[in-house]
Ligand binder design. Structure first.
Ligand code: PLP
Length: 375
């Protein structure tokens, strides 16, 4: 049975462009870019060209780009830096809907000095209700991994600039789905390749001008002294090629799917339906049965969906995003996350809708209830 992949917010397959760039570089650019011979200087040149191109896509200076192992590393690094350079009593403002790699790092380094930012009803940060002057730094993601709800990062960057505090934006879910242009306006930016068709274990951190992340990983002088460890040039080239080849998808088939299930599954809800959202994501609150049962029922019918963030999916009901939005543990256990890609067409979305209807009937039957929906 062919499986239809509807979990692109957890990871994506390597895109053709990403694969070709990686294979090409594995064959030709495998030397250590720091080695002293001319052959290695060519590899260094490819790495630096990738840095320039990524910086240009983000509207940032290339000196700010540090290639690393992904967004978890970048997010951790920022909080460690802030913990060492901000005044001892400084508070950091963090959206309670962040990925665990931000939530946990913030609590690890700042403990009680984390100020949880106010949200609007859709789960976006309430940008005008933030007391910027009471904070030493701010961290708010661009797009949420569980609901797809967007945050106004341009406005946040502007407000933080006016208040003179650094702003970090985790752009892991935005990159590859929406234009990267302008993201360099955020003082710190984190991203990872495997969310947009690049390889896993590869990403980048954009530093504020004049700042260094040296000390997070201690050793050699790689990455202009910002991060020790031999650079994975093939992976970086693959990440860049993957990002350059992304296209912005269309929300229409996802929207049709949502209207479809809202009309046939009584009591169904789409989280953040009225908010500005990623075009590929749908967080659906189902009328009954635990999300893991829906996931199994849908997999049997050839569809891979998720409970929310992959990191939290081992722990049912643990979604920090939905609890921050005020959903109780019992309700959270009925939420599934569906995330398509730019190539998921309306036929696939419609087939998923039908599979939900069939799954509901099957779950009802196994629970001894009579089916309530017709296909
Ligand atoms: N931030 C967000 C918003 C994510 O969705 C993810 C992926 O799960 C991460 C950070 C972690 O990224 P990585 O897998 O590169 O460590």
């Amino acid at each position: 049975m062919k499986l239809e992949f509807f979990d692109n917010n957890s990871t994506t397959p390597l895109s053709l462009a990403g694969m070709q760039a990686w294979e090409g570089a594995l064959a030709k650019s495998w030397l250590n870019p720091s080695s002293p011979y001319r052959a290695a200087a060519k590899v260094r040149a490819h790495l630096e060209a990738a840095r320039e191109k990524l910086a240009a896509l983000l509207d940032a200076k290339s000196e700010r780009v540090v290639f690393n192992s992904g967004a978890t590393e970048g997010n951790n690094c920022i909080f460690k830096m802030w913990a060492s350079e901000l005044p001892r009593d400084a508070r950091v403002g963090v959206s309670p809907t962040e990925h665990p790699s931000v939530l946990e790092a913030a609590q690890h380094y700042f403990g009680e000095r984390v100020t949880w930012l106010p949200l609007d009803p859709s789960g976006a940060v309430a940008v005008d209700s933030i007391a910027y002057n009471a904070l030493g730094a701010l961290s708010v993601m661009a797009a949420n991994n569980e609901t797809g709800v967007l945050n106004p990062w341009e406005k946040l960057a502007e407000n933080c600039g006016a208040a003179g505090i650094p702003y970090h934006c985790d752009a892991s879910q935005w990159l590859g789905k929406l234009p990267a242009k302008g993201l360099g306006a955020c003082d710190y930016l984190t991203g990872c390749a495997h969310k947009f068709g690049g390889p896993k274990g590869t990403g980048f951190l954009l530093l504020a001008e004049g700042k260094s992340s040296a000390g997070f990983q201690i050793g050699g002088p790689q990455e202009n002294g910002h991060r020790a460890g031999t650079e994975d040039v093939p992976a970086v080239l693959s990440m860049l090629a993957a990002l350059e080849s992304t296209t912005i998808g269309d929300a229409a088939p996802r929207d049709a799917f949502e209207s479809g299930i809202l009309s046939v599954l009584p009591g169904c809800e789409v989280v953040g339906i009225h908010a500005e959202r990623l075009w590929n994501t749908s967080a659906v609150l189902l009328p009954e049965f635990e999300n893991v049962r829906w996931i199994r029922a849908l997999e049997k019918r050839g569809f891979l969906i998720s409970t929310g963030s992959a990191c939290a999916s081992g722990k049912a009901g643990a979604s920090p995003v939905l609890s921050a939005m005020g959903y109780g543990a019992d309700t959270i256990r009925r939420v599934v996350r569906i995330s398509g890609s730019a190539t998921t067409d309306s036929t696939a979305w419609d087939a998923l809708r039908l599979a939900f209807v069939e799954s509901y009937a099957a779950l009802k039957k196994s629970a001894g209830d009579s089916p309530v929906v017709t296909i």
